[in-house]
Design a binder for this molecule. Structure first.
Ligand SMILES: Nc1nc2c(ncn2[C@@H]2O[C@H](COP(=O)(O)OP(=O)(O)OP(=O)(O)O)[C@@H](O)[C@H]2O)c(=O)[nH]1
Length: 300
C-alpha cells in the first residue's frame, strides 16, 4: 500500500518516482530518526503480510512502548480486506496499549478525483467506526488523513502524527505565541531542518537570511538549533528595530534550549523537579522577551 515509500520520501529525501523500484518488505525494518531531527523516535516498517495471530508475534513488546500506529490503506485498490485487518490491528494494539495514537492514512489519493477522495474517506471512516462500535470499542479514536507521496499531503499528515508525540509541543507553541504577541513579528514558522548526522553543512548558529518581499514585508530566518530554524514574516518598517527583534529571538532560542535540556537531563537519569507543560512557558516577562515601547526601545 506504500508504507516503505512513505518512510523513504518523508525521512530519506527519496523522490516519489524512485519508490517504484522499492522491494517488498519481508521483515520488520527499524529506522532510527534520532540522528536527523530534534524530535527523537524510531519507525518500524512492518511487512504487509504480517500475521498478528502468529504466536511469534509479540504484541505486548511491539505495541507496549509504541507512541502511534500508522495504518496505510491503498485507496486505489479494493480496501475491504484492508478494513478487516485494520480492525484486527487497532483492537489488538488498543488492548495492549490504550494510550497508543491510532492513525489511518488513506493513501495514493493522487489517482482519485476530489469527489472520489471525499467519498472514500467518508466510507472508510464510517465502516471502520461501525466495526469498532459493533465490537464494543466505541472509545477507540481513529484519525484519518488523505495522503499521497506525489504532493505535500504525506508530509503534512506525518507531521500531524509526530506533533502528537512531542510532549514539549504546548510549551513550544506558547513560546512562539509570546514572540508574536510582542507585536513586531506577524507570522512565525518553526521549520524543522532535515539533516543527516554526518552531513557537513553551512548551517550553524550564525545562519540567517533576510528576504525583502514585494508587499512591504520581510522574511527573516534564524538558526534555533542544529535541526530547527525560525522563519518570521515582519512588516518592513518594524525591521528598523532589528536589534530588538534579535534580542527577543535570543531569549526565544535560550528558552527552547532549556526545554530540550530538561529532556536530555531526564534521559541521563538526573531527575529534574519540574514538569513541562504549557503553564511553564511563563509570561513574556519570565522569558525575558521585551515588548517594544515607542519611547524606550530596548536593544540587545
Ligand atoms: N500512485 C501512488 N503510488 C504510490 C504512492 N505511495 C507508494 N506508491 C507505490 O506503491 C508501490 C508499493 O509501495 P511500497 O512502499 O513498496 O509498499 P509497502 O506498503 O511498503 O509494501 P510491502 O513492503 O510489500 O508491505 C510502489 O510502486 C510505490 O511507487 C502514492 O502516494 N501514490
Amino acid at each position: 500500500s506504500g508504507k516503505s515509500s512513505i518512510q523513504k520520501v518523508v525521512f530519506h529525501k527519496m523522490s516519489p518516482n524512485e519508490t517504484l523500484f522499492l522491494e517488498s518488505t519481508n521483515k520488520i525494518v527499524k529506522d532510527d530518526i534520532n540522528n536527523s531531527s530534534f524530535v527523537q523516535f524510531e519507525i518500524w516498517d512492518f511487512p504487509g503480510q504480517i500475521d498478528f495471530f502468529d504466536p511469534t508475534f509479540d504484541s505486548e513488546m511491539i505495541f507496549g512502548g509504541c507512541g502511534a500506529l500508522i495504518y496505510v490503506i491503498d485507496a486505489q485498490d479494493d480496501y475491504m480486506d484492508a478494513l478487516a485487518k485494520l480492525h484486527q490491528t487497532v483492537s489488538r494494539a488498543y488492548k495492549v496499549n490504550p494510550n497508543i495514537k491510532l492513525e489511518v492514512f488513506i493513501h495514493k489519493v493522487d489517482g482519485l478525483s476530489d469527489d472520489h477522495k471525499i467519498e472514500t474517506q467518508r466510507d472508510i471512516h464510517q465502516r471502520a467506526n461501525d466495526e469498532l462500535a459493533d465490537a464494543g470499542l466505541d472509545n477507540v479514536h481513529l484519525s484519518f488523513y488523505l495522503t499521497s507521496i506525489y504532493d505535500h499531503s504525506i508530509f503534512e499528515a506525518f507531521s500531524k502524527v509526530v506533533q502528537k508525540l512531542i510532549p514539549q509541543l504546548p510549551t513550544l507553541e506558547n513560546l512562539l505565541n509570546i514572540l508574536i504577541s510582542i507585536g513586531l513579528v506577524y507570522e512565525l514558522v518553526a521549520e524543522s531542518v532535515l539533516r543527516e548526522e554526518n552531513e557537513s553543512s553551512a548551517y550553524d548558529s550564525e545562519s540567517s537570511s533576510i528576504i525583502k518581499l514585494n508587499n512591504a514585508t520581510i522574511l527573516y530566518l534564524r538558526e534555533v538549533n542544529r535541526f530547527l530554524a525560525l522563519v518570521c514574516i515582519l512588516r518592513e518598517d518594524n525591521f528598523d528595530r532589528h536589534g530588538l527583534i534579535d534580542y527577543n529571538f535570543h531569549c526565544f532560542r535560550k528558552a527552547i534550549q532549556e526545554v530540550f535540556e530538561v529532556r536530555l537531563k531526564s534521559q541521563q537519569g538526573m531527575l529534574v523537579g519540574t514538569t513541562i507543560g504549557s503553564s511553564d512557558a511563563g509570561s513574556p516577562q519570565s522569558n525575558g522577551m521585551v515588548t517594544p515601547s515607542p519611547t524606550k526601545p530596548v536593544y540587545a
